[in-house]
Design a protein around this ligand. Structure first.
Ligand SMILES: O=C(O)CCC(=O)C(=O)O
Ligand SMILES: [Fe+2]
Length: 329
């Protein structure tokens, strides 16, 4: 089975290609990059050969060199390379080499530094004579920009969706019933786990169909999103202490629960940081108490919309509370 966009969004090969292209001022549309990788038979275990041939197809001329090499002299940085580190071969971006230090990025490590002697470069993209088909790249980037813009236009915020009293009631309800526990994220096999991608706390309100106030909020959400209340999931509150975050993710699951749209309601705003960020469209919003932010997660065919990738930036001071109201299919 091919991985869905959830995997793609976080997958290193994709990020590497975007990074690689971006750093060379080649603004290839992200959608084109992702779609092409997604169509590769071997994805996500993609080889540097595949990435190289894809780049050729896009008019990014370069050579794929296969030779253990002295990276300090052979390569224009940054470059993509297969390197052997401690008996392991990884596809990585070598960002730069300074003296005896190599700065690189690879899957599961954000940025790492190695001594030149610790790694061997086996294959790398030689981009010394890079020739770019600018027209092609610009057309892809333009197409992507229009789609991003169209998606951005569908996001909307409703101020005072909840009153001050309702916000406080929700926070107090979750705290007094000790509902908050460490947030989890879904895995590919449908289970959940605690990861560094989401370091906040979550509270599932299971009584929200009985409680008059919660029931009213659910009805208000259904009205706003023009759906039946049966499509509104039980409310889930989130709490972020200082330094806590939710890295960019999709709200809809690849298998199982499909969430058409999200209504994220901010329950307070007396803290710093904690903006909701949409890295694919370069959009972010500062929380405002009582405000609801609405965005769609799936396109008309109910495929994940990559532009809906979003996250909660780290809270830098104070405590943030919000409530997720998800609309499923
Ligand atoms: O905290 C935020 O701003 C985003 C929360 C979120 O995306 C989620 O809980 O799914
Ligand atoms: Fe989310």
């Amino acid at each position: 089975m091919k991985p869905g966009f959830h995997t793609i969004a976080h997958h290193y090969a994709t990020n590497l290609v975007i990074y690689f292209l971006g750093l060379h001022d080649i603004h290839m549309g992200r959608l084109a990059v992702r779609t092409a990788l997604y169509e590769k038979e071997t994805f996500p275990e993609i080889a540097i050969q595949d990435i190289s041939s894809q780049l050729q197809e896009w008019g990014v001329r370069h050579e794929l060199k296969t030779a253990p090499c002295n990276i300090a002299t052979a390569v224009v940085f940054p470059t993509m390379a297969v390197v052997r580190i401690q008996e392991k071969e990884v596809l990585a971006i070598i960002e730069r080499v300074e003296g005896q230090q190599v700065y690189l990025e690879y899957f599961s490590a954000d940025a790492t530094t190695y001594a030149i002697s610790e790694l061997t470069v086996l294959q790398y993209l030689d981009i010394r004579e890079i020739i770019v088909d600018k027209t092609f790249c610009e057309a892809r980037a333009q197409e992507d920009a229009s789609k991003q813009e169209a998606y951005t236009d569908t996001i909307f915020a409703v101020e005072d969706f909840l009153s001050e009293e309702e916000c406080s009631y929700m926070i107090d309800y979750c705290e007094q019933h000790n509902l908050f526990s460490r947030s989890m994220t879904g895995t590919a096999d449908g289970t959940s786990e605690v990861t560094g991608n989401r370091t906040s706390y979550s509270a599932f309100i299971t009584t929200c169909r009985q409680d008059t106030l919660f029931k009213d909020i659910i009805e208000r959400a259904a009205d706003l999103m023009e759906v039946d209340t049966t499509r509104v999931e039980d409310l889930q509150c989130v709490r972020y202490g200082e330094g806590q975050l939710y890295k960019p993710h999709f709200d809809s699951f690849e298998t199982g629960l499909k969430r058409k749209a999200t209504l994220l309601v901010y329950l307070n705003d007396d803290y710093e940081g904690g903006e909701t960020i949409f890295p694919e469209i370069g959009f972010s919003i500062s929380p405002k108490k009582g405000m609801a932010l609405a965005f769609v997660n799936l396109d008309e065919q109910n495929n994940d919309l990559i532009y809906s990738l979003h996250g909660g930036a780290p809270v830098t001071a104070g405590v943030k509370f919000a409530c997720n109201i998800w609309i499923h299919l």
